[in-house]
Design a protein around this ligand. Structure first.
Ligand SMILES: [Zn+2]
Length: 329
């Protein structure tokens, strides 16, 4: 069982970002953050409110309180409330959602966003709030996945108060995995929406061992990353790769191949990783969204790592795409 603060990998909840350890890629980093959690989502239980109600009061049940997209943490990590305090928190919560089963234990999350931050912290017996991304590297991957899952689902509830068709209020249903419009003529069911984005490692033509990285508007002077963009309506993922690479960097790509995906509930993303090959070395950026894009050799990237510069954020699929590519040559 990997879920639970007692299994954390150590360190305090002080909000410091994780440290990049040179070019060493250990086993934990092979698990993409925010996905692959060990929780059984137990979908059939969502439609059984009687059973869910009974589960909530069981002694093994755990409630994760959240406040406006942030975890509530004590000196050991994200707070997990047992049944007694959970009942108090639930009464003050905007929504309480069922996340799933951790072994036999039911796991719920409660949204304390309606309270002032200090009140939410006190009610949860926490010491502060912190974004889950600041805890990566100190949480077990399964714990980070559950916190991110709770964050994304509760965020959706706050943003989906009303029906987009008739404007009537919508109420939570299905253990918190849908909302139902209360309009008497409507009754539409509203489900959480996922926003897919493609993220692409583009290789130069001719197997020359170079890849394309870009510096984004607003990024630090020497921060380069792979190219990415949202999928539009009416596009396949591969269509989105070809369009984004053309629009952002003026690059025509072929051989678009899937590399993996990453849950990115900040607030509702799904990052889908690809590789593609450019048909020419020519690069042209718009100077707005992308300030610069250029080809890097593997040797250049290794030099960057050796000098302490990161290959993307350690919790992102961007980092994975780059480290996988580096390992091949
Ligand atoms: Zn409606």
């Amino acid at each position: 069982m990997s879920f639970g603060v007692s299994h954390r990998s150590g360190g305090g909840a002080d909000g410091r970002p994780p440290t990049w350890h040179g070019d060493r890629v250990d086993a934990a980093e092979r698990v993409l953050a925010y996905g692959g959690g060990s929780l059984d989502r137990a979908g059939p239980l969502r439609t059984d409110p009687t059973r869910l109600g009974a589960l909530f009061t069981e002694s093994t049940t755990v409630l994760l309180p959240m406040w406006r997209d942030r975890c509530l943490v004590d000196g050991h990590g994200p707070v997990r409330l047992s049944a007694e305090r959970a009942a108090l928190v639930r009464s003050a919560a905007g929504e309480t959602v069922f996340l799933g089963l951790d072994g036999e234990a039911a796991v719920f999350a409660a949204d304390l966003s309606a309270l002032p931050e200090r009140s939410a912290v006190e009610m949860a017996g926490a010491v502060r709030t912190v974004d889950v991304r600041a805890l990566v590297g100190r949480l077990e991957p399964g714990d980070a996945a559950v916190q991110a899952y709770a964050r994304g689902l509760l965020h959706w509830h706050r943003q989906q108060r009303f029906c987009g068709t008739c404007g009537a209020p919508a109420v939570a249903d299905g253990g918190g995995h849908l909302r139902t419009c209360t309009g008497t003529e409507c009754g539409r069911l509203l489900f959480p929406r996922i926003e897919p984005a493609v993220i692409v490692l583009v290789e130069a033509p001719g197997r020359s061992g170079r890849c394309l990285l870009a510096r984004h508007g607003g990024a630090a002077e020497d921060a380069y990353s792979t190219l990415a963009g949202f999928v539009e309506i009416g596009e396949s993922l591969e269509d989105a790769v070809r369009r984004e690479m053309s629009e952002e960097a003026g690059v025509t790509v072929t051989d678009v191949t899937y590399q993996g995906s990453q849950a990115w509930p900040f607030p509702a993303g799904l990052m889908v990783g690809f590789r593609a090959t450019a048909t020419s070395d020519d690069v042209r950026v718009d100077g707005d969204e992308l300030l610069e894009a250029r080809w890097f050799t593997r040797a250049e990237l290794r030099d960057r790592v050796a000098s302490g510069r990161s290959l993307g954020r350690v919790d992102s699929i961007d980092h994975r795409l780059l480290t996988d590519w580096l390992a091949e040559g």
